[in-house]
Design a protein around this ligand. Structure first.
Ligand code: NAD
Length: 260
């Protein structure tokens, strides 16, 4: 059995990651990490596994870490994993471009998978988005709408940005100058090649994304709706099992699913 450390173990995703780690035939939960000061620190959250906050101690003797936390927590525990030579899977979203570059730097020493969405279906949706953008061409305006629960910290969602990037790739033009994430006031006509993202926050929604290609007199809609977090957690656990034993480098979830 390979030994797994879960970072953010008491969080919404962390709880499901622990469940699916225990359900995996080749993996066992060996360590569980939470933020310093977390009220459950010191509790035995699984047989023989006490919730702790020191990544250096927790990573001794584990084979892989899975992390769903916040950008600053991810970078700190990724540094500890790199020191300990522990491969690292993270689904945390909301990184700045400079922070994403830091993740790539750590991947020079250990295997890392960083994905904004671990669901197989969402990654297939990314492929569909790229192909649809390529085939529909310039006559269709691409717009994305995302809904998440009210506690989500970052906007737009990492998955919405992933879909926008897929559209840009399909159209053969870089995303950076074309992304429109807020509209209010006298905004003028829509720039021809804009890719828009609209965000809604509320309730307990685990995540919903709609991609619209809006043409003259017709519209294509591609949509993914999550009813639970289990498909994200199962994907991350599958990615962790896949990563163990691989050489250092930054791998994608598309490689894990054989979509690349
Ligand atoms: P959450 O707030 O429920 O859980 C995050 C947990 O991390 C909390 O329990 C928090 O105490 C803990 N934490 C904070 N700092 C820490 C530290 N220094 N060390 C250890 N633990 C620490 O949030 P969530 O809904 O589970 O989402 C977490 C992240 O995962 C977000 O960025 C979210 O966008 C992302 N997410 C990604 C996917 C995906 O498939 N990639 C799916 C769902 C959510």
């Amino acid at each position: 059995m390979s030994r797994v450390a879960v970072v953010g173990a008491a969080g919404r995703m962390g709880e499901r990651i622990r469940h699916w780690t225990e359900a995996h035939p080749d993996l066992e939960l060996a360590a569980a990490l939470e933020a310093p000061g977390h009220p459950q620190l010191g509790m035995e959250i699984a047989p023989g596994v006490v919730l702790e906050s020191n990544p250096k101690a927790a990573f001794a003797g584990v084979d892989v870490a899975i992390d769903f936390t916040t950008p600053s927590a991810t970078l700190a525990s990724l540094a500890a994993a790199a020191d300990a030579g522990v491969p690292y899977v993270t689904g945390t979203t909301g990184f700045s471009p400079a922070e994403s570059a830091e993740i790539a730097q750590f991947a020079r020493g250990i295997g890392v998978i960083h994905a904004p969405n671990f669901s197989l279906a969402v990654n297939v949706l990314g492929w569909l988005a790229r192909e649809a953008a390529r085939k529909l061409g310039a006559g269709f305006d691409a717009e994305i709408f995302e809904i998440h629960h009210s506690a989500k910290r970052d906007a737009p969602s990492g998955t919405a940005l992933f879909l926008a990037e897929a559209v840009a790739q399909g159209q053969g033009e870089a995303l950076s100058q074309r992304l429109v994430v807020s509209r209010a006031g006298e905004i003028g006509a829509r720039p021809e090649n804009a890719i828009g993202i609209q965000t809604l926050r509320g309730g307990d929604n685990p995540g919903e994304h709609s991609l619209y290609f809006v043409g003259a007199g017709e519209r294509v809609e591609l949509c993914h709706r999550s009813a639970t977090r289990d498909h994200f957690a199962q994907g991350a656990v599958r990615a962790a099992a896949w990563l163990i034993g691989r050489s250092a480098g930054l791998y994608s979830i598309e490689e894990v699913y054989g979509l690349k």
